[in-house]
Design a binder for this molecule. Structure first.
Ligand code: NAD
Ligand code: ZN
Length: 342
């Protein structure tokens, strides 16, 4: 089959047309891939940075954001049908830990990643445990299905705290930050402010939802707060940049007793002024992946009830042009890029 493969331990991802089609275990299904999304994680693997070098065994079919159709079913799978249109959770869990045995699947320490340390979805076919499969409702077509993984990150983060009537600050207008802005708006926040230093992304943010873009390289966040008549500070912060300076800036403008959910992954450890966290009595919650499967339920339900994140898809490319997609993504000149496998 055709696939995009990390075949050598050096920068790059290579097209192959003779990858073996995966063989199923009794609890797996085989999905024929229709559309895939390029993720920041794929860019780390493409560039072969320190994280990728220590995490990804080579050779590896990459990619974990996908939508497609079930074409084969393992002998022990009874809940799914051939022909069903699906996406799926990219984190594959064990069933041995205390957390999974208590039903807290997203807290399993044995989590592995499709397209990271097990064969991925940038391929004609991907093997997925039936447990991970999420059937798609009619309202969610294949290109939306291909971005549910990052939308799930956005939903998991945004819904960590009550947003109704609250003022929300999002640092980082990458695809996930922008989608979190749309979710916060849909969920009933009052002001939603998003910061970045990349004008392309801030412009996109304002197109996707009714959120206030702030270029912190040029504008003072406090001036924007004054314009919005925000007297004290933000009630909820969503850190989605991984930039230490963005987090430090967030700490400055949070209200006493407010809450921060952190999705962004800093490249290296950094210092913070703990006095701000202590004396403002902030609650800080780390976010990893999506809740299985509550995040999936909520995001599909919101997509069915008016949440519109389609404008965050800025590029639709054929698989043959995948390198162009990886390059555009590396330069940050885009929202989501979707590859078409048909
Ligand atoms: P992205 O890299 O596309 O977006 C990050 C944005 O932050 C960029 O637009 C960048 O210009 C902006 N930024 C840089 N410096 C900034 C500053 N000082 N202030 C404000 N913004 C600044 O990433 P993404 O795909 O949207 O993902 C968002 C973050 O979440 C990344 O750090 C990613 O690694 C992380 N992530 C975490 C998980 C998880 O499970 N925890 C899952 C997916 C992604
Ligand atoms: Zn992803």
């Amino acid at each position: 089959m055709k696939a995009l493969v990390k075949s050598k331990p050096e920068p790059g991802i290579w097209f192959s047309d003779n990858e073996p089609t995966p063989t199923l275990g009794p609890n797996d299904v085989l999905v024929k891939v229709h559309k895939t999304g390029i993720c920041g994680t794929d860019i780390h693997i493409y560039k072969w940075d320190a994280w990728a070098q220590k995490t990804v065994p080579v050779p590896m079919v990459v990619g974990h954001e996908y939508a497609g159709e079930i074409v084969e079913i393992g002998s022990a799978v009874h809940s799914l049908k051939i022909g069903e249109r699906v996406s799926g959770e990219g984190h594959v869990i064990g069933m041995k830990s205390r957390a999974t045995r208590a039903g807290r699947f997203h807290l399993d320490p044995d989590t592995r990643g499709i397209g990271v340390n097990m064969p991925g979805a940038f391929a004609e076919y991907v093997k997925v445990p039936a447990f991970n499969i999420v059937p798609l409702p009619e309202e969610v077509d294949d290109e939306l299905g291909a971005i549910l993984d990052p939308l799930g990150n956005a939903v998991h983060t945004a819904l960590s705290f009550d947003l109704v009537g609250e003022d929300v600050l999002i640092t980082g207008a990458g695809p996930i930050g922008i989608m979190a802005g749309a979710v916060a708006r849909h969920a009933g926040a009052r002001h939603v402010v998003i910061t970045d230093i990349n004008p392309v992304r801030l412009e996109l943010a304002a197109k996707v939802a009714d959120i206030v873009p702030v270029n912190v390289a040029k504008e003072d966040l406090r001036d924007v707060m004054a314009r919005l008549k925000m007297k004290e500070g933000f009630d909820v912060g969503l850190e989605m940049s991984g930039a230490p300076v963005a987090f430090q800036q967030m700490l400055d403008v949070m209200l006493m007793g407010s809450k921060i959910a952190m999705l962004g992954i800093p490249a290296t450890p950094f210092a913070v002024d703990w006095n701000k966290i202590v004396f403002k009595m902030l609650t800080i919650k780390g976010i990893y992946g999506r809740e299985m499967f509550e995040t999936w339920h909520k995001m599909l339900a919101m997509l069915q009830s008016g949440l519109n994140v389609r404008p965050v898809i800025t590029h639709r490319l054929k698989v043959a042009d995948y390198l162009e997609g990886f390059e555009i993504m590396s330069r940050g000149e885009c929202g989501k890029i979707v590859l078409d496998w048909s």
